[in-house]
Design a protein around this ligand. Sequence first.
Ligand code: ZN
Length: 243
Amino acid sequence: MSFTYIIISVFQAELSALHQALKWKQVNRPLQHCDIFTDSMSALKALQKHQPRNNVVEEIKAILDESVSLHWVKAHIGIEGNESADKAAKEATSRTNVDLHLDLPIRSLKTSLKRQILDRWQRTWEDRENTKGRFTYKIFPRVSTSRCSDNSLISQAISNHGRFPSYFRRFNIKDGTCRCGEDTSDDILHYALHCPLVAHLRRRISPAFTLLQVITDKRMAKELCSIIQFINDHEEDIIQLED
Ligand SMILES: [Zn+2]
């Protein structure tokens, strides 16, 4: 896993600067009152929150006391201290070594990792050389972590891995075709939408729908489950085995 895409935000850097200043004050001027000026309104606003969602903010709040006053100053209008800080920051960008490694806030890290994992999964899923799961890919071209189905019958439908003749043939389990004789693919699409042998289980489902529409409609999904269950329970009545 590569971390090269994770970039520390300006906000995070501003907070870290404030944190460093406070730590310096705590060690070197513990009893003296101190005014700290920053042009980062977002850092100050984050510090005003009762329940900060950032671990650096939490750390700053833990060491802030009444001996410190924080002030906001407008940036780039010639305030001496602010200009010197800007100049120092610019000079730092041309340095070859790094003085301070900022910890990533855990939430940013999680979000970033999650995005990278999903991106990689999506790329693998779209890969033209990937021959697995192509039936499911046609139904769900975008990957998602929120789509997991705990219904094994629906899983059989979206993967086309049910006890259908097409499945048995593909994996060399047995050679057979649907007894209705109306189709040669004999896969989930045949059973969900067309096969007359399970027509009695279709109330709402019709060939006008796609498999995706069937799965995402609660009542049609229920019908689909009973169709697959029926095929599982009546295999001999459904599949004509080749001699
Ligand atoms: Zn059939």
